[in-house]
Ligand binder design. Structure first.
Ligand code: NAP
Length: 256
């Protein structure tokens, strides 16, 4: 965790899992659009520091914050660091997420499901909870925007690969709908993006390093998406350009 104190007039964005893949693209794009960015990571400090360095090299403002969103003490540490460093919060991207190696449902263990649901679902809900407490205009905050990373797997089901992961993203869709309605009067917009197959390291982490290329022919646009293409959608949903958009779930999936 960085201990630097950086009070800022810029709006402050927290991106969970901002150190690699889609999260890293969101962080860099957000800094270019004037956000001060809190780049959260779980374990790969070097990757987070590289994102911070890239932002600072362009004149932007960012810090790296270690913290596991699958643990309450990790979430507490992340938000304490945001409070201490910036003293405000205007946006949250619930991006941190994991997959497990391909398995049929009949092979799945409680430990596997517990880890997936803790990080992908509970982590997103608890981070949103902490963000709403800070952003709500009913609580003296300035309002804000939350964007959740779902997946087109929530719609397709990921049969034979990871139905459990797809179910975590189905939960994210429902959570997006419910929270968006719950915090309308708090001045907070809540939306989600459903990426399709995006070329990041998540596939290797699930034991399928060639998944993006192997499935390219099954995608209507015949190619995987890029992290930047997802980041562009997330930045739209964070920005004033989407001021009348809440509860939306935007597919960024090449037609899949
Ligand atoms: P990725 O390349 O595997 O990067 C994952 C990021 O999340 C890393 O920064 C990682 O940090 C962080 N992270 C993992 N577990 C964490 C935890 N417990 N607490 C805090 N941070 C954690 O993933 P990605 O492909 O960019 O995916 C980002 C999001 O998009 C995920 O929610 C994913 O489900 C969703 N998505 C991805 C795809 C795709 O095809 N790539 C498709 C649909 C949806 P460390 O390096 O420190 O572990």
């Amino acid at each position: 965790m960085s201990v630097m104190t950086t009070t800022t007039d810029k709006p402050v964005l927290l991106v969970t899992g901002g150190s690699r893949g889609i999260g890293a693209a969101i962080c860099v794009s957000a800094a270019r659009q004037g956000w001060a960015v809190a780049v959260n990571y779980a374990s790969n400090r070097a990757a987070a520091e590289a994102v911070v360095a890239a932002i600072e090299a362009e004149g932007g403002t960012a810090i790296a914050i270690e913290g596991d969103v699958g643990r309450q003490d990790g979430i507490d540490a992340i938000f304490a660091a945001v409070d201490e460093t910036f003293g405000r919060l205007d946006g949250l991207v619930n991006n941190a997420g994991i997959v497990a190696p391909p398995q049929r449902v009949e092979e799945m263990t409680a430990d596997r499901l517990d880890r997936l649901f803790r990080i992908n679902v509970s982590g997103s809900i608890l981070c949103a909870s902490a963000a709403v407490r800070r952003m709500s205009i009913r609580r003296g905050g300035r309002g804000g925007a939350i964007v959740n990373l779902s997946s087109i797997a929530a719609v397709l089901g990921a049969a034979g690969q990871y139905v459990d992961y797809a179910a975590t993203k189905g939960a994210i869709d429902t959570f997006t709908t419910g929270l968006s309605l719950e915090v309308v009067d708090d001045g907070i917009r809540v939306n989600a993006v459903r990426p399709g197959i995006i070329d990041t390291e998540i596939h290797a982490s699930g034991g399928l390093p060639d998944r993006a290329r192997a499935l390219a022919s099954t995608i209507p646009m015949k190619r995987p998406g890029t992290a930047q293409e997802v980041a562009d959608a997330v930045l739209y949903l964070l920005s004033p350009s989407s001021s009348y958009v809440t509860g939306a779930i935007l597919n960024v999936s090449g037609g899949r």
